[in-house]
Design a protein around this ligand. Structure first.
Ligand code: DP6
Length: 334
């Protein structure tokens, strides 16, 4: 039977990716670095069979077909998997997001990573994590990093065909058991500007992008050193700077892109004020949406959760530790 199920976890970038040098292959301008999250994951079952009339993806109960956004992200990896395996039958995929909250945190990375792992296995392909990371990248850039637990670096690469643009694990899941991410959900609405369209516009119009492009490789190199030394303060400072550079280039895009909601700004100010007085040590990050994520160590989780829960507009606080590698499961969703 050509059927397999995989589970992959979401990741959050400490050093951000924003902007493609090749849009079709999804090749970034610079490396990024992320932590995989234990609390957020996607499980996906894929089957190839003549029984199915057409390819489809059922995502949390809703069905998508070719031509629809959620499905189209999977087209490039799927066609490569078909090419490499010779599998010609139609595909059915069923996917379930396990996030402790209704919305607000990106599931496209975990979803795409779980999909390529399940689809490759269902097609009988025996491929390495590196090759799976390349396949996931073709679906969504940040998904390349969800092929690894712990901390991972996505190498931008230099080749035009993308053969050297994949993620690699830097630190395993159990190597930093005290590391935490506190996610503050401030809005459950869909994002106003999708990251794909947003980053394209930033590259085309932001006068600040060139400067960030020069700085990003230096940040990644310094971050790798801090990570190897488990130097949380240095890691947090560079991560917060990468967040600031990302959102500065977003805001300097024409037309400007602003993902921050009033409550996001309140959370940021709360964390910064408490850090200044030495109450706790947390570092801010945000992606293409209003949720604020705080990097911290286990001993500060309670104080940080209490402080951000008191901010008006914060709907939910979710704490995650470092997540595992993706895995194949023997139980299928259909
Ligand atoms: C802000 O990976 O969602 O989260 O490659 O177009 O699918 P595509 O974009 P996506 O962008 C993620 C951008 C980010 C930063 C990051 O995760 O590094």
């Amino acid at each position: 039977m050509k059927k397999a199920t995989a589970r992959a976890h979401a990741n959050i970038a400490l050093a951000k990716y924003w902007g493609k040098r090749d849009e079709a292959l999804i090749l970034p301008y610079f490396d990024s670095l992320s932590v995989t999250l234990d609390a957020f994951f996607t499980t996906t079952s894929v089957e190839f069979s003549d029984v199915f009339e057409e390819d489809s993806l059922e995502l949390d109960g809703e069905i998508f077909r070719a031509g629809e956004k959620e499905f189209d992200r999977l087209l490039a990896p799927l066609s490569h998997i078909r090419e490499q395996s010779g599998v010609a039958e139609s595909m059915r995929a069923v996917s379930k997001n396990d996030v402790p909250t209704a919305a607000g945190l990106a599931s496209s990375a975990s979803g795409t990573a779980a999909f390529v792992m399940a689809a490759a296995a269902a097609a009988g392909l025996n491929v390495s994590s590196k090759e799976l990371s390349i396949l996931a990248r073709m679906g969504s850039g940040s998904a390349s990093r969800s092929l690894f637990g712990g901390f991972a670096q996505w190498h931008a690469g230099t080749q035009n065909d993308g053969s050297d643009s994949f993620a690699e694990q830097l630190v395993e899941q159990d190597e930093w058991p005290e590391f935490r991410v506190v996610a503050c959900i401030v809005s459950k609405k869909q994002k106003k500007v999708a990251s794909r369209a947003g980053m394209k516009q930033t590259v085309a119009t932001s006068p600040l992008y060139e400067g960030w492009k020069q700085q990003a490789p230096l940040d990644v190199a310094a971050m790798k050193q801090a990570l190897a030394a488990k130097d949380f303060t240095t890691l947090g400072q560079i991560a917060e700077s990468s967040f600031a550079q990302l959102h500065a280039t977003m805001l300097s895009t024409n037309p400007p892109i602003l993902y921050m909601a009033p409550a996001s700004v309140e959370v940021i100010n709360t964390i910064w004020a408490a850090r200044e007085t030495g109450e706790f040590e947390g570092y801010i990050t945000m992606d293409a949406g209003p949720q604020v994520k705080i990097f911290c160590l286990a001993h500060d989780v309670e104080a940080i959760s209490t402080a951000v829960s008191a901010v008006s507009g914060v709907q939910e606080v979710v704490v995650s530790s470092v997540g595992p590698d993706p895995t194949l499961l023997s139980e299928h969703l259909f």
